[in-house]
Design a protein around this ligand. Structure first.
Ligand SMILES: NC(=O)c1ccc[n+]([C@@H]2O[C@H](COP(=O)([O-])OP(=O)(O)OC[C@H]3O[C@@H](n4cnc5c(N)ncnc54)[C@H](OP(=O)(O)O)[C@@H]3O)[C@@H](O)[C@H]2O)c1
Length: 250
């Protein structure tokens, strides 16, 4: 079994390559510089060269608020995963943000996207499934090797800074290494990979602060931080991965 990881320079892509080494799975990772997933020629070359049994598609335009105003976002978030799924067995990383309303949301639940980024994910999901590919939805992933809420908060608290964190959303922070190990099992159909614990970003930040004994945390409402539309409760079920408090940075 040979696994190809595209978008391998990101948080989950890097975790996948670590997990593959640990599990003895043969994996090849291609970063954006090595393979731009929107380039059909580069796609063909990668598939001809590595002949993967499975491609895990981690490439994405992940700036949730920026996707609306950037004409490149649709190519990478929608057109590319569908194109790959049409020519090779593909596992597409999607997002809990495809859901609206109250969670937890089951894999077969109806999407209700509230932003351009989320609508792109829903469109890509439909195209990937129609092409015979598989979906893996994740949310609030944290861990080494990426710029996430957790790493930003931990970095600022370590500097002794005051951090404002949202308390009026419910989140399931999930460690990238746990996501990666489960992803390498190549689950078929639609799968949710989520940590078993829930909190708010404020709760998460307070726990990191307690561990670091440095900095301070102040609660904020989502509307106060100038973010674009986000679901308030996009919890995924089943939540089978270890809870965030077993994976805290610090
Ligand atoms: N992390 C989360 O909390 C979370 C939550 C929900 C869903 N997801 C989904 O999980 C997947 C992986 O997320 P992540 O956290 O690993 O994101 P990430 O750290 O932002 O990584 C995304 C990677 O995609 C690469 N990329 C962008 N455009 C590309 C292109 N045209 N060709 C090839 N590579 C390209 C980026 O390269 P550059 O570094 O060069 O830009 C980056 O390395 C994404 O589909 C994301 O939507 C993640």
């Amino acid at each position: 079994m040979r696994v190809l990881v595209v978008g391998a320079g990101g948080l989950i892509g890097r975790a996948l390559l670590r997990a593959a080494t640990k599990a003895g799975v043969e994996a090849v990772g291609l970063t954006r510089d090595q393979c731009d997933v929107t380039d059909v020629t580069a796609m063909g070359q990668a598939l001809d060269e590595y002949l993967p049994d499975a491609t895990i598609f981690c490439a994405a335009f992940t700036n949730v608020d920026g996707a609306a105003g950037d004409t490149r976002s649709r190519a990478v978030n929608v057109e590319a995963p569908v194109a790959w799924a049409r020519v090779t067995p593909t596992w597409f990383l999607s997002s809990n943000f495809v859901f609206g309303g109250s969670g937890p949301h089951a894999p077969e639940g109806a999407p209700s996207p509230g932003s351009v980024y989320a609508r792109q994910k829903v469109e890509a999901e439909g195209g990937v499934l129609a092409a015979g590919g598989h979906l893996v939805r994740v949310g609030w992933v944290f861990g080494p090797g990426g710029k996430t809420f957790a790493s930003t908060v931990a970095g600022r608290l370590r500097q002794g800074e005051r951090v404002r964190a949202i308390y009026d959303v419910v989140v399931q922070p999930t460690h990238c290494d746990d996501v990666a190990s489960a992803l390498l099992e190549l689950p078929r159909g639609i799968t949710h990979l989520a940590g078993a614990g829930q909190t708010s970003w404020y709760g998460f930040a307070c726990a990191v602060r307690a561990r670091l004994a440095s900095g301070s945390v102040e609660p904020a409402r989502m509307g106060e931080l100038g973010l674009g539309p986000r679901p308030r409760d996009a919890r995924l079920s089943p939540a089978t991965l270890p809870p965030w408090w077993e994976r805290l940075p610090g």
